[in-house]
Write a protein of this length. Structure first.
Length: 164
């Protein structure tokens, strides 16, 4: 049985790795794209808006960070939690976290949308390429639709993969 689990794990990595590399290539921003950075450690809030890029981050005793690279990113962290949102090249990323959770939302490319929630202890990640929508609710199965997208949720021990 352990051999089967190892083979499944290897197969999953081999299936997801090309998709992740493809997302990175598809989501590459142009050199003149606007960039905004919003780190919010401890108890703080910050926001930035530039032509075509925006970010906002709020933290209530945790750490939130949002980065808009020609995209819109928003991160909200509760006490003792981490929240990360990165939006690039027209993507929209939203991440919210509560105590002891750490969600990350990464949206790369036009029409890419990721919403990740940390509502239980554990890490979660959602990555969407152009045209994909990825949702990680933290309480039920993540959903991946549209283009290339991936989600892994250690809060529910579930995930999803969309290959377009």
């Amino acid at each position: 049985m352990n051999t089967s689990l190892t083979r499944r794990g290897t197969a999953t990595v081999l299936a997801v790795a090309p998709a992740a590399i493809g997302l990175c290539l598809l989501g590459t921003a142009t050199a003149n794209a606007e960039t905004t950075a919003c780190p919010a450690p401890g108890t703080s809030a910050t926001a930035a808006d530039a032509d075509g890029a925006s970010c906002s981050a709020t933290s209530a005793g945790g750490a939130a960070a949002a980065y808009g690279l020609d995209g819109d990113a928003s991160a909200d962290a509760g006490p003792t939690s981490l929240s990360l949102a990165i939006a690039q090249n027209g993507g929209v990323a939203t991440s919210t976290s509560t105590t002891l959770s750490g969600p990350a939302a990464i949206a790369l490319g036009p029409g890419a949308t990721v919403t990740a929630a940390g509502v239980r202890p554990g890490l979660a990640i959602g990555i969407a390429g152009p045209g994909a929508t990825v949702t990680v609710p933290g309480t039920t199965v993540p959903t991946c639709t549209g283009g290339v997208g991936f989600a892994g949720d250690f809060q529910t021990l579930q995930g999803c993969l969309s290959v377009g």
